[in-house]
Ligand binder design. Structure first.
Ligand code: MRU
Length: 342
């Protein structure tokens, strides 16, 4: 299973807004299309938007017949434009900065060569992400026991990354090792990434999954039906504060009360050690229609009331039991332990 595909010099993506009802693959042929695919969440999830945006820059620039000076100017403008489309997940600017840096390093080469270098870097970012996901799975499985009942939030799986995902990489690996784990997927309002995407990909890969509404998690924890929480991340600050899909913070608070371990799984590319703490992480505000309507279709509120729609929240590091990375499992004190590996 894949969520994007670069083939014969063309970039294709699974339109996640149509899942689980329809599996529709679209082609990205321009920067504008790539920008909109990310903005609309056809392509989403922190690592995946990094990988996809790197390919998108190549697609946008590959046929530009301009001279080198104009090309480099266009590249800079395109990188900045694409970075602006989703502000919270740092993987987007991380991947685009890699493209920028490799071009700067090779700016004296011919334009044909520079275009090839951009493509090679995009492919490398993609291949690396597959390996990062695998390593997260391998480290994370050490925290899972036979018969575990694991709650996850939003979608941090194949649909969110180049490989098997982050939180779901741990779950896929644990399912292969133990065969008997159970997964609960929060539906994740407003855009239902848990109900639509996590449930879809886990079911397709034969991992037992039960969808719950977001407001059911506390009850299940109280009844002992959940004994572990594993989520992904969009950006982790230097002190271990974690930005992830809205609703993650409340799960962490619930986990603390019920003495359930709360794990975050993320590759090194999701850490932003330039930010001292989570309150500096920019939080994407999305359109109120996403709250007014179910999957942007059925109106469920009076049309004229206001709605508030922050797409992410920040979980303070003291609520995080451990961070599962591709470089090992990090425990508190996070500030010190993050500084050792990033
Ligand atoms: O708005 P989305 O669907 O892009 O949000 C995605 C998440 O919050 C994921 O949990 C996060 O990006 C980690 S994906 C491995």
């Amino acid at each position: 299973m894949q969520s994007i595909n670069f083939k014969n010099n063309r970039l294709f993506y699974l339109d996640q807004t149509k899942l689980p009802l329809k599996e529709i693959w679209l082609e990205c042929t321009s920067l504008k299309e790539g920008f909109m695919a990310i903005k609309k969440l056809s392509v989403r999830g922190a690592p995946l938007i990094g990988v996809f945006s790197a390919y998108c820059i190549y697609i946008h620039l590959k046929d530009l017949p301009s001279n080198k000076e104009k090309f480099l100017k266009k590249l800079k403008e395109s990188l900045e434009h694409l970075k602006s489309c989703r502000p919270t997940a740092v993987n987007l600017s991380w991947a685009l900065n890699r493209i920028d840096e490799i071009v700067i390093k090779n700016k004296d080469k011919s334009l044909i060569r520079i275009k090839k270098i951009i493509l090679k870097e995009a492919i490398t970012i993609h291949k690396e992400d597959i390996i990062l996901c695998r390593k997260i799975g391998e480290y994370g499985v050490k925290l899972v026991n036979k018969g575990d009942k694991i709650l996850t939030h939003c979608n941090a799986g194949i649909l969110a990354a180049g490989g098997e995902g982050t939180a779901l990489a741990v779950i896929y690996k644990a399912n292969r090792v133990y065969k008997d784990i159970m997964v609960f997927a929060d539906e994740t309002r407003p855009l239902l990434q848990g109900a639509r995407l996590t449930a879809w990909e886990l079911a397709k890969n034969k991992v037992p999954v039960t969808v719950i509404c977001d407001n059911m998690a506390a009850f299940l924890m109280q009844k002992g039906q959940i004994n572990k929480i594993i989520v992904g991340a969009d950006r982790i600050a230097a002190n271990g504060d974690v930005a992830n899909k809205i609703g993650t913070y409340s799960l962490a608070v619930l986990a603390k009360y019920h003495k359930i371990p709360f794990y975050v799984a993320a590759p090194f590319s999701t850490f932003d050690v330039t930010l001292e703490k989570g309150e500096y992480i920019p939080i994407e505000q999305r359109h109120e229609n996403e709250v007014h309507k179910i999957i942007n279709k059925v109106l469920i509120t009076p049309a004229d009331v206001k709605a508030y729609n922050p797409a992410f929240d920040v979980t303070p590091n003291e609520l995080v039991t451990a961070i599962i990375t591709d470089r090992g499992i990090l425990y508190p004190p996070f500030k010190y332990n993050i500084s050792k590996i990033i």
